[in-house]
Design a protein around this ligand. Sequence first.
Ligand code: CTP
Ligand code: ZN
Length: 152
Amino acid sequence: MSDHELRVSKIRNGTVIDHVTGGQALNVLAILGIDGSSGEEVSVGMNVPSDRLGRKDIVKVEGRELSQDEVDVLSLIAPDATINIVSDYEVVDKRRLDRPEFVEGVLSCPNRNCITTDDEPVDSKFEVLNDEVRCVYCETIIRDRLPDHIDT
Ligand code: CTP
Ligand code: ZN
């Protein structure tokens, strides 16, 4: 992409989540627990043209790296995403996402009686299946609208 086409400015230090499935940027922010209230410096591009995907979203977060648990859940809603670590304006690490076997701590179980609900000290853990995820504690399945189950 030539410079005059760059839509969202470069960042100095932080993480660029690129090649996000078009329309998923706000769900990416939810997974990262970003709602703007703590003053995070974030740029978002939605449905911008992409050679590889046709249209893509992009999320740039200044001064922040992602935890493995966050990356694991990201892979479920944006399987083609690239995670770029930026240091002093340079991309120093670039990673594609693997589909994990389990996702821990980011999604919440919809079963009110599950041992992982708010008032219990157990973190959520879901097994990743082909088209759904399944709570390892109570076997509740989440198949549709995964982002609605992001624990914010
Ligand atoms: N980027 C940024 N700030 C920087 C460096 C890079 O916001 N200081 C962004 C770029 O705009 C791009 C992404 O990080 O969206 C990856 O940068 P780079 O690897 O330089 O771009 P490409 O080679 O096009 O990446 P890819 O091959 O993964 O598409
Ligand atoms: Zn459960």
